[in-house]
Design a protein around this ligand. Structure first.
Ligand code: HXC
Ligand code: NAP
Length: 293
């Protein structure tokens, strides 16, 4: 299996500068590492400068590439503008944005305050809007083309999901933003795409979505037809492709990478996976013998 290897050819992202929000941890860090291995200059941004600086140093040593750490709360437009200015100052211009920063936790919705909703909608939806708008305005004003925005959503952006309602609401909005601007901004040479990952182990997500003994009580892997979680390199490969010139004709799409998870959840009879062959023999006899009224 080659799924743990980098997929694109060396230098595939050379001369590109990529901003990755939430790039200091989890999937953002894994994508950043691979972008740097492919020759990109990266700008990682989140609220915790110490985390960002540690990651930037580690990835520069590992890849020999360049990584700028900039503290920025994506909920605040003026901080986003300042972050973009720093990126331009350091690398000349920005070629791609990965809207990856997120906030999420499980909770029955009736237990949430308005502030809890606001926190998640602020990070996920307003944050993605702020970063997309700040960069998009600039690209359009400067008549710069061949730009890409990639947003990390989830499969419940279109199905919705109980117990993570603020996140589902926000991710649905990010998907609508992606599809809308894919049409409106194509004329300016800006492509908009999204990735919808299934379960990929990260501390940020796992501690908030399957805390304590929930990991044992609720088997996430059983929900996935391929019976495993995603590997970070698999997501990094897809993300690198979607920000690269190789995907120049892909615009307005959302690519699912979940081992078939959401379709298993959606299918009416998906629960029959555990039925044994002997049991199917008996079932077949019963079904063949069934008579209409
Ligand atoms: C109910 C909660 C809560 C909880 C916080 N709040 N945690 N309510 N249950 N567990 C409420 C607070 O009381 C407050 O409301 C409001 O939410 C904001 O909380 P703060 O702690 O002040 O917010 P902030 O410091 O901005 O932190 C944001 C955060 C935190 C989202 C709450 O968890 C965070 O920093 N997360 C970032 C990383 C993250 O979440 N990563 C996971 C992404 S995983 P009041 O009313 O008191 O103001 C993901 C996976 C999707 O998205 C798909 C999986 C398959
Ligand atoms: P993570 O490590 O917790 O990443 C979230 C990042 O967002 C953190 O680095 C965090 O940094 C940053 N962030 C939060 N609030 C911010 C703010 N206001 N401004 C700027 N940055 C902020 O979790 P992850 O699992 O890697 O998630 C990455 C992305 O994948 C998210 O979009 C998530 O929804 C998506 N996703 C993950 C999974 C999964 O299984 N892991 C599945 C589907 C989708 P600070 O705290 O320093 O700000």
């Amino acid at each position: 299996m080659k799924n743990l290897e980098g997929m694109l050819q060396p230098g595939a992202l050379k001369d590109k500068t990529i901003v990755i929000t939430g790039g200091g941890t989890g999937l953002g860090k894994s994508m950043t590492k691979y972008f740097m291995q492919l020759g990109a200059n990266c700008v990682i941004t989140s609220r915790k400068l110490d985390v960002l600086e540690k990651t930037a140093k580690e990835l520069e040593a590992e890849t020999g590439g360049k990584c700028l750490a900039v503290a920025c709360d994506v909920r605040l437009y003026h901080e986003v503008e300042a972050m973009v200015a720093k990126a331009n100052e350091t690398f000349g211009s920005v070629d791609a944005l990965v809207n990856n920063a997120a906030g999420n936790f499980i909770s029955p919705t009736e237990r949430l305050s308005a502030g809890a909703f606001k926190a998640i909608i602020g990070i996920v939806l307003e944050g993605s809007i702020n970063c997309t708008l700040a960069l998009g305005k600039q690209w359009i004003a400067k008549k710069e083309t061949n730009k890409a925005v990639l947003s990390i959503v989830t499969t419940y952006a279109w199905t919705g999901s109980a117990y993570v309602v603020p996140s589902a609401t926000a991710k649905a909005g990010v998907l609508a933003l992606t599809r809308s601007l894919a049409v409106e901004w194509a004329q300016y040479g800006i492509r908009m795409n999204a990735i919808a990952p299934g379960p990929f182990p990260t501390k940020g997500a796992w501690d908030r979505l399957v805390p304590g003994d929930f990991k044992e009580r609720f088997d996430l892997i059983k929900r996935v037809p391929l019976r495993r979680a995603g590997e970070h390199q698999e997501l990094a490969n897809l993300a690198a492709y979607l920000v690269s010139d190789y995907s120049a004709y892909i615009n307005g799409d959302v690519v699912t990478i979940d081992g078939g998870e959401w379709l298993q959840g959606a299918g009416e009879f998906s629960m029959f996976g555990d039925v044994t062959s002997d049991e199917w023999d008996i079932v077949e006899k019963m079904v063949r013998g069934a008579k209409s009224e």
